[in-house]
Design a protein around this ligand. Structure first.
Ligand code: CA
Length: 225
């Protein structure tokens, strides 16, 4: 595989690159987010990006989001130093396919890479799952949304809310149902949060935001026609 390694720790980067090359991978190296992004978005046949979350300029999260926006077929394996649920969720929400927590062994990384390689191959053969309503299109695999083929930048919560609505077109969903489907477990929120996020979502979807109809006394319904 052709691998782009974005890591600012020079020692780790050197030894990883050496081990990956011993495994017959073709490796390109970047020490900061901007350089990594330039390489990832260029025409160079990269299959997988190994992306450190803590970089000196752009964070790995930001780099992952931008890669996802333009090159959704690239697999991203994130390296995170902090093993917290929040970090993992943020990493995966930003578009990473998988993550490895530092410190990790090379064998662990290599195993994740093999799993990713299998996924990249099977995804290439299978059409990507998409949810649509008129010109709104949501791609669950890359976690991207477009309206008339133009990308819309949504927060993870807005994305999940839209996903829930798109899964049940024409159906009135209560605020509680939406909270159950689109919010993480164990987070204390009031049903009013749904109203706030519907408002953000409508604004970001522009004129297509009108598809999210208010159902008095119940909640919301997406007009999918
Ligand atoms: Ca780092």
């Amino acid at each position: 595989m052709k691998i782009l390694l974005v890591e600012d720790d020079a020692r780790l980067s050197r030894s990883l690159a050496r081990l990956l090359e011993q495994d017959r991978h073709n490796v390109e190296v970047a020490a900061d987010g901007e350089t990594g992004l330039d390489i990832a978005l260029g025409e160079n046949g990269i299959d997988v990006v190994i992306l450190d979350i803590g970089l000196p300029d752009l964070s790995g999260i930001e780099v992952a989001k931008r890669i996802r926006r333009e090159r959704r077929e690239l697999a991203i394996l994130m390296l995170t130093a902090r093993d917290t649920v929040g970090d993992r969720v943020t990493g995966l929400d930003s578009g990473a396919d998988d993550y490895v927590v530092k410190p990790f062994s090379y064998d662990e990384l290599a195993a994740r890479l093999r799993a990713l390689a299998r996924r990249v191959e099977s995804a290439a053969r299978r059409p990507e799952p998409r949810l649509t309503a008129g010109p709104i299109s949501l791609d669950e695999a890359s976690r991207t949304v477009t309206v008339h083929d133009r990308p819309v930048d949504l927060s993870p919560r807005e994305f999940s809310l839209l996903e829930s609505l798109l899964r049940h077109p024409g159906q009135a969903l209560s605020r509680d149902q939406l909270l159950d489907q689109a919010w993480p477990f164990g987070v204390a929120v009031t049903p009013n949060a749904v109203d706030a996020y519907v408002h953000y979502l409508r604004t970001k979807l522009g004129s297509e935001g009108e598809r999210i109809e208010t159902v008095r006394g119940i909640g919301y319904r997406l007009n999918g026609a």
